[in-house]
Design a protein around this ligand. Structure first.
Ligand SMILES: C[S@@+](CC[C@H](N)C(=O)[O-])C[C@H]1O[C@@H](n2cnc3c(N)ncnc32)[C@H](O)[C@@H]1O
Length: 296
């Protein structure tokens, strides 16, 4: 049997290493899944340094103001506030996005849609892309950054979300190719708008299921970004009904959904005469995640 790890004496200085260890254990006890990563992100925020630098600062003593800040962040994390909101940032598609409580925290699951969109858009000389429900702008902006000839129009019904999206557009220097519009789905677009791609990660959680979500999501993320009506598909159905007028022949529709909705998504395409060749893409965890269909 190996000896238990030696505890530092109670009066030992609060070094970076010690605080990380203590916070990790504390967050684990409070049910945080990625306790070590969360501890590192919060301490790098409290110290105002990149996370990677903590590894060469293990023996440095954390100052009193930094410890006060860290205590506040850890307390809020144990109350299920997402780390992304606490530090005001989230990495998505290897880019850093500003986030606050007005936008959904970008999820790795959504990178599946972006990867497909980028791969297909690169085949065009000047792809025209419409994103519905842009939130932080993570889909529109990571696409514009990775497809330098793309023009992206990004719509959201939430004005506060568009403030965040605009900050990210400026941060990533794509303001000349990403246009943000405020309104309900296609409503803010000129009637004759035509796109090669229409993409969306819409709200798709059934209203009654919101209560079953983890506290991180349920208590802190905007319900406007989550709630998809009685069966979760209300916005997706409205989108399907209106989208044919805005897609050129041969253009693609890409929609993210929840894995258990795959069959219903395929049915929606089958019922819509405007589309052919539906395909379902899986996310990195192997779950059905994105519908791709081609405009006839
Ligand atoms: C699931 S979030 C996706 C945010 C971001 N695109 C992402 O992938 O992280 C859905 C977004 O759709 C927006 N939204 C909800 N209903 C909408 C509507 N009727 N028209 C336009 N946007 C809507 C919400 O405000 C939210 O920003």
């Amino acid at each position: 049997m190996s000896a238990p790890a030696a505890q530092p004496p109670a009066d030992a200085p609060w070094t970076v290493g010690r605080i990380l260890e203590w916070t990790t254990q504390h967050l684990k006890k409070n049910g945080c899944e990625n306790a070590r990563l969360d501890a590192e992100l919060l301490l790098s925020e409290a110290r105002g340094c990149p996370r990677i630098q903590l590894y060469v600062q293990f023996n440095e003593v954390v100052t009193d103001p930094q410890r006060t800040r860290m205590r506040d962040l850890v307390k809020r994390r144990t109350q299920a506030e997402p780390v992304a909101y606490l530090i005001g940032r989230r990495e998505f598609f290897s880019l850093d996005f500003l986030v606050n409580r007005d936008v959904l925290v970008p999820r790795p699951d959504t990178e599946t849609l972006v990867l497909e969109l980028i791969t297909e858009a690169r085949k065009y000389e000047n792809p025209r892309i419409l994103e519905l429900g842009t939130g932080s702008g993570c889909i529109a902006i990571s696409t514009a950054v990775n497809v330098p000839t793309a023009r992206v129009t990004a719509v959201d019904v939430s004005a506060p979300a568009l403030v965040v999206a605009n900050d990210n557009v400026q941060k990533h220097k794509v303001a000349d190719r990403v246009t943000l519009l405020h309104g309900d789905l296609f409503a803010p677009l000129p009637a004759d708008s035509q796109f090669d791609f229409v993409v969306s990660n819409p709200p798709y959680i059934a209203d009654a299921e919101i209560e079953q979500l983890s506290n991180d999501v349920k208590l802190h993320e905007p319900h406007l970004a989550l709630k998809g009506g009685t069966d979760g598909l209300e916005i997706i159905r409205r989108l399907f009904a209106a989208v044919p007028a805005f897609l050129v022949s041969g253009g693609r529709l890409l929609i993210e959904f929840s894995p258990e909705q795959a069959e219903r998504m395929l049915r929606l395409v089958a019922e819509n005469e405007s589309f052919r060749d539906p395909r379902i893409l899986k996310d990195m965890a192997g779950r059905a995640r994105v519908l791709v269909a081609t405009r006839r």
